[in-house]
Design a protein around this ligand. Structure first.
Ligand code: NAD
Ligand code: IPM
Ligand code: MN
Length: 361
């Protein structure tokens, strides 16, 4: 029997709650599909700061590199908001992405038919369905650009970061987007701010050049401000969106609302060699942490992405996605996707939702 090692980084806030349900579903899927699991656990974020003084202990990096894949919950919270910026919890997450070379972040925004009514957009806008793949560059941009910091300008304090992309970084993420499009609707929309930013002008130039290798894929370009507007005006126009780290972060939270809730959107972070990392796109949700209210479906759907991308277990992935759909069809909802006044819906907590999905595999 095939055996996989998965490093689990639960993190902070709702992290441990959603992760417990993700793991329960993963174990159930392993039983059904006939593969073995070895789980290791690493500290990250605030939990790691409390235990070791830093957000990404060397031991965590070692455990991740030894694993076949990594699952992450979420990091951060008010407890660590005023900590020295170099050791903030979020640095742990950025650090592990960088350490593992996870430059490609796939964030699929699809709407389950059962959740159309939970979407904030007018019903006719989402009627035909939504299926967008946001390909977000994850290890470059203003997130990692140097120089950065604080200096004095004309006698006053100024904070600054550097928005920078190297040609090779643009090329490799463009390739991921074009390859993804080939397996889907064969359309890529590259989102930038080339009317203003030098970094975006290079981005656009390189994407156009790389497109020469993908004549079967249709390429379009959009400025990020318009893209933010088009996403809610007419989301069905998009197939694959490729964009930089910061724009991708913002647009994917926006896309999440189209799916009903940020609690529904999974992600896969992939690199050239190291294990992939799978996580919901949302944060640690301090406002609902510890109350069994969090929606674990984004994490559970991230488990499906793990099976698909890291283990080539398409059957297991599809099984999980189908079980999620079944549970939604049965009317079960966590608070974030509950429609007030709707008939036949049953409000459940995080634990119950996880149990239901596992039971429906
Ligand atoms: P957030 O995503 O944690 O929460 C935003 C809103 O969405 C909150 O009202 C929250 O209750 C709700 N929400 C989020 N996930 C949910 C779920 N699974 N089920 C139901 N509701 C959910 O964003 P924030 O409040 O801006 O950030 C809180 C902390 O999380 C900050 O410290 C931030 O840095 C961190 N963060 C971490 C990650 C990550 O670990 N990947 C991502 C984003 C934010
Ligand atoms: C995300 C988060 C992170 C990001 C933060 C917590 C570092 O918002 O995963 O979307 O900005 O990438
Ligand atoms: Mn984000």
């Amino acid at each position: 029997m095939k055996n996989y090692t998965i490093c689990v980084l639960a993190g902070d806030g709702i992290g441990p709650e959603i992760m417990a349900q993700g793991i329960a579903v993963l174990r159930a899927a392993a039983d059904k599909c006939g593969f073995g699991l070895t789980l290791t656990e690493g500290l990250i974020g605030g939990a790691a700061i409390d235990a070791t003084g830093g957000p990404l202990p060397a031991e965590t990096v070692r455990l991740c590199k030894q694993a076949d894949a990594v699952m992450l919950g979420a990091v951060g919270g008010p407890k660590w908001d005023n900590i020295e910026k170099a050791i903030r919890p979020e640095r742990g997450l950025l650090g592990i992405r960088k350490e593992l070379g996870l430059f490609a972040n796939l964030r699929p925004a699809t709407i389950f038919p059962e959740l159309k009514a939970a979407c904030l957009l007018r019903p006719d806008i989402v009627e035909g369905g939504i299926d967008i793949m946001i390909v977000r560059e994850l290890t470059g941009d203003v997130y990692f650009g140097e120089p950065k910091g604080e200096k004095t300008v004309d006698g006053e304090r100024a904070g600054y970061n550097t928005m920078i992309y190297r040609e090779s970084e643009i090329r490799r993420i463009a390739r991921v987007a074009f390859e993804a499009a080939r397996k889907r609707g064969r359309k890529v929309c590259s989102v930038d701010k080339a009317n203003v930013l030098d970094v975006s002008q290079l981005w656009r130039e390189i994407v156009i050049d790389e497109h020469k290798n993908y004549p079967d894929v249709e390429l379009s370009h959009m400025y990020v401000d318009n893209a933010a507007m088009q996403l809610v005006r007419w989301p069905a126009q998009f197939d694959v969106i490729v964009t930089g780290n910061l724009f991708g972060d913002i647009l994917s939270d926006e896309a999440a609302v189209i799916t009903g809730s940020i609690g529904m959107l999974p992600s896969a972070s992939l690199g050239a060699q190291n294990p992939g990392l799978y996580e919901p796109i949302h944060g640690s949700a301090p406002d609902i942490a510890g109350q069994d209210k969090a929606n674990p479906l984004a994490t559970i759907l991230s488990v499906a992405m793990l099976l698909r991308h890291s283990f080539d277990q398409e059957q297991g992935a599809a099984m999980i996605e189908k079980a999620v759909r079944t549970v939604l069809q049965q009317g079960y909802r966590t608070g974030d996707i509950m429609q007030q006044g709707a008939q036949g819906l049953k409000l459940v907590g995080c634990r119950e939702m996880g149990k239901l999905v596992a039971a429906n595999l």
